[in-house]
Design a protein around this ligand. Structure first.
Ligand code: FES
Length: 85
């Protein structure tokens, strides 16, 4: 489990071990777009403002990984991420 902070509102969501960051974020922001939920379409890519990401997709380039993540498959490497959402 880890915490995602929504940087624009300062609100936080808890991501349980058995759910994706996308699922957790959508509890607060139901309009958050997604499609494949398997890490290959890029619809759920968002900027990461702080925190280390455990990237679990095969889509993003190394450059993109430096400041963004795919919410449907990737997780926090630590206990907290701050997203530009
Ligand atoms: Fe397709 Fe996340 S929904 S990559």
């Amino acid at each position: 489990p880890f915490t995602v902070e929504l940087g624009r509102s300062g609100r936080t969501v808890e991501v349980a071990a058995d759910e994706s960051a996308l699922t957790a974020v959508r509890r607060e922001l139901p309009g958050t777009a997604y499609s494949c939920e398997q890490g290959f379409c890029g619809t759920c890519q968002h900027r990461v403002l702080a925190g280390e990401v455990d990237h679990r997709d095969e889509l993003l380039t190394d450059g993109e990984r430096e400041d963004s993540m795919l919410l449907c498959v990737s997780r926090a490497a630590g206990d907290r991420l701050v997203l530009d959402l």
